[in-house]
Design a protein around this ligand. Structure first.
Ligand SMILES: [Zn+2]
Length: 843
């Protein structure tokens, strides 16, 4: 029953423990022995009588700190008065009593309420009077008592809240099968919970901050995660199911049928798993593609494409009389800017910063304990697996630039060989005159014998630290851009012949190693529309396919260079050059036949350049759209990223509707420069490269953790450019459970050996003291975040690799102990529960 009436009081005291009253305008709360009182302000009160739990919630809305302080003051005051006044036997009054006035009740709704209310107040007065006489010793006399009583109130409130949560969870569990996660894990997944030493924290809500701060923090974090989820859905990119489940609004299903179904599914799943799991499941190796450039039967579709405010839309001209606009969703620029600003405000929130910092520190410490307790078990688990070890677990180089994916010695050998074998090849036109390879080297005054790695001078060194310009110059062998043009470009006088040859040597090394794979990044600059076709012709004519390789397309952010050389007039032209061919080939494969074939092996886009270049990272909705962006200044990072994202959104939906593969956005992000880059990365990209700056922004780092955003890290590259190796945040990220992998970035500049990826792992293992389990976890992560096809991932990681937690791990293939996977999974659930816990309380 809910009572509602208005009381006029000067002060109003009520008993909480007797589960009757709760006043809205509470002045302070105090406790005497078993009873808790609240005193209202001198005001006209609206009084609701409900049950105790809603009262607790109400109290949480008032500042506990203040309230308790006031109680303490009140009690102290009473103490003093008691001391001053000579005590006479049973004469010590309860502190509140003097202030309880007579209460006038004006009935608003029902006469019955008056009676109820009067009875309540009568009871209350009787109780108080009774105590006044019979219990004089109940007034606290000593500070320790005051402290104790303060603690008790707090404990009571929070334990009550906790109990309520548990109650609610079990209630939800009974009603819904789509709810709180740890209850939701299907039966067969629970069977796989390995036995290990778990690190747990007991007591109350365990977040280490006041409940009020936790509620505030969790609502912001959930909002931020929902934003990312929204953008991932827009672009058909992935968002972890586990995080999504915690963000789902709680729905209660009253029908019991859903539970029945899920039980049956559990039974079936259990059977299946019993049959198959934790044995070597015969997932056979996908057959090697015999003819990677075989054409398929995608029909042409007559479409026109136009750009509206920097984003393409298509018009399907099935009937020339009635052109039909293709409607594909994407977020508007205004929406993006609003979200960007919102995120900016969120990460600047002081209490949230402290909260996230605490959680991250807790995650690190928890991991240290986990390793301390379970290291030997993990190692033992790895030892029991026959055949598998770190060397033969699959790993993917998730971030490597094609133009620098060979090491310097390899390039040197290749150049020397070409000077011997192809010296008469015409490789260049200079001043209208063709030149052979021999002539080029004669001009440079270099002969085969003299040429050395030192002379090649492509390796990064001390001088490149914080000098991206100097680093970029290292791409030119012997400091000559003509040699870069001849050997490291796909589009040159020899039609990229040498580049293809050297890349194929790299690919064959990968194939030979069998367990190493790479996702080299090829450039599309957006200077001309035919760049795509020329790149595709290069890949097809040189048969640049390997089972161990999938491509990413990198688009450099160099509008300013093109603009100042008058190659483009506005930013939109770059977008047109990058995206129009992709829309055309999706609609009409026969218009760009090679591009259609090449795109099968392209998994996504990268945006690349020096992030430390000065820019104005914050902009608003009024910023010029791409067509009006005509000035010589380069647009900011987030501007670039949004327009790539928006076009990828539309393109993906279009390609999906045509039954073609879709693309993801995997930009360089947070290597240096402004924090805004990481916000845009969080909203827009499937995973990022570098992420070094996350170490400075706890809120974003925690969000990257909760959303398990992949981060391809290259500590050796950072060591030469932006951050000394011993300061690299990789070990910190790994310990906290961020989804990190190791990658090489530019073996030509940073590595010495024939296996740069292994070199990267090896140095990380030695310097950062990574265990074999850590290394295998990193390689598993690299496969998961890579763009390789599902069938390969199933073969490499196990048939159930998409499942959550231990059920998704197959130690026989990954060499990652179930203990580690389980630890990561349980920890993530714990974090997600912590932040969704308080919203449960609110609801
Ligand atoms: Zn890079």
């Amino acid at each position: 029953m809910l009572l509602f009436f208005i009381v006029e009081v000067s002060y109003f005291a009520t008993i909480i423990n007797s589960k009757i009253f709760c006043a809205i305008d509470v002045e302070f709360v105090f406790r005497i022995k078993q009873e808790v009182y609240c005193v209202a302000k001198k005001t006209k009160l609206r009084v609701f009588c409900t049950d105790l739990s809603s009262l607790i919630n109400l109290f949480l809305e008032f500042k506990m700190e203040d309230t308790i302080k006031k109680i303490a003051e009140q009690v102290e005051k009473n103490d003093k008065e008691n001391k001053d006044e000579p005590k006479s036997g049973s004469q010590t009054p309860s502190p509140s009593l003097a202030e309880i006035p007579s209460v006038k009740i004006r009935i608003e709704t029902d006469e019955n309420y008056q009676k109820v209310a009067e009875t309540i107040i009568q009871n209350f007065k009787e109780k108080e009077t009774g105590r006044e006489i019979s219990a004089p010793y109940e007034v606290p006399h000593f500070p320790i008592e005051k402290n104790e009583s303060r603690k008790i109130i707090q404990r009571q409130l929070s334990s009550k809240a906790h109990l309520e949560l548990l109650e609610k969870q079990s209630y939800d569990k009974a009603l819904s099968d789509e709810d709180v996660v740890d209850q939701k894990v299907p039966l067969y997944d629970k069977l796989f919970v390995p036995d290990f030493q778990r690190v747990t924290v007991g007591g109350e809500h365990c977040s280490g901050v006041p409940l009020e701060d936790l509620q505030q923090a969790s609502s912001i974090l959930q909002q931020a995660l929902k934003l990312r989820q929204k953008y991932m859905t827009y672009a058909i990119q992935s968002f972890p199911a586990i995080t999504a489940r915690f963000l789902k609004p709680k729905e209660r299903h009253w029908s019991s049928s859903s539970t029945e179904i899920s039980k049956n599914e559990d039974q079936e799943g259990l059977k299946k798993i019993e049959e198959s799991a934790h044995r070597e499941v015969p997932v056979t190796q996908p057959p090697t593609v015999q003819d990677p450039w075989q054409s398929d039967s995608v029909q042409d579709m007559n479409c026109e494409f136009h750009m509206n405010l920097g984003v393409y839309y298509g018009v399907w001209v099935r009937d020339p009389e009635e052109p039909q606009q293709l409607q594909f969703p994407y977020p508007s620029f205004e929406e993006f800017v609003t979200d960007l600003h919102l995120m900016g405000a969120m990460i600047a929130d002081g209490p949230l910063k402290s909260f996230c910092y605490r959680r991250l520190t807790y995650l690190s410490s928890k991991y240290q304990l986990h390793v301390l307790l379970n290291e030997l078990r993990e190692l033992a688990a790895q030892k029991t697996v026959p055949h598998r070890d770190f060397y033969n677990t699959r790993k993917v180089d998730t971030h490597v630039h094609a133009a620098s994916c060979m090491n310097q010695k390899h390039l040197l050998r290749f150049i020397k060989k070409s000077m011997k074998v192809h010296s008469d090849d015409v490789v260049q036109v200079k001043n209208g005159k063709t030149r052979t390879l021999k002539e080029v080297f004669e001009d440079l005054n270099i002969n085969t014998y003299d040429l050395s790695v030192d002379m090649l001078d492509v390796h990064a060194d001390r001088n490149t630290f914080h000098r991206f310009d100097k680093f970029n110059a290292k791409y030119n062998p012997v400091g000559e851009s003509s040699l870069r043009e001849i050997y490291l470009k796909t589009d040159n006088y020899v039609r990229g012949k040498y580049f293809a040859a050297i890349l194929k040597e790299v690919f064959s090394d990968l194939e030979e190693s069998k367990y190493q794979n790479a996702e080299p990044r090829l450039s599309i600059y957006g200077r001309q529309k035919n760049e795509w076709d020329r790149l595709a012709q290069w890949t097809v004519s040189h048969n640049m396919y390997s089972d161990n390789v999938r491509y990413l397309i990198q688009t450099p952010r160099i509008y300013d260079v093109f603009r100042s050389n008058n190659l483009v007039q506005n930013f939109q032209q770059i977008l047109e050059n990058i995206f129009l061919p992709l829309f055309e080939v999706t609609a009409k494969p026969s218009s760009h036949p090679e591009l259609h074939l090449f795109l099968r092996y392209v998994t996504g886009f990268d945006s690349v350049d020096d992030e430390s270049k000065p820019e104005n990272p914050s902009f608003d909705k009024d910023v010029n759209p791409p067509l009006q962006w005509t000035d010589k200044e380069n647009p900011p990072y987030s501007y670039y990223l949004y327009y790539m994202f928006a076009n990828i959104c539309v393109l993906n939906h279009f390609r999906k509707s045509r039954g073609l593969n879709t693309f993801v956005l995997r930009p360089h992000c947070g290597e240096a420069g402004a924090i805004q880059h990481l916000i845009s990365g969080f909203l827009l990209s499937e995973n990022i490269s570098h992420g070094l700056q996350l170490r400075k922004v706890p809120v974003l780092q925690y969000l990257y953790y909760l959303a398990q955003v992949g981060i391809a890290m290259s500590p050796l590259s950072n060591n030469s450019l932006f951050l000394n190796y011993h300061r690299n945040p990789l070990p910190e990220y790994l310990s906290r459970g961020l989804n990190v992998s190791l990658s090489t970035d530019d073996p030509l500049q940073f590595h010495f050996t024939k296996e740069p990826l292994i070199e990267e792992y090896s140095i990380a293992a030695q310097v950062l003291k990574l265990s074999s389990c850590d290394m295998c976890e990193l390689s598993r992560n690299s496969v998961l975040m890579s763009g390789f096809p599902d069938k390969w991932k199933r073969y490499w990681l196990g048939p159930n690799y998409t499942k959550e937690g231990v059920a998704g791990n197959d130690i026989h293939r990954t060499n990652v102990p179930d203990i580690r996977v389980s630890y990561r999974y349980e920890t993530l659930i714990e974090e997600l529960s912590t932040i969704s816990y308080s919203s449960l309380l609110q609801s």
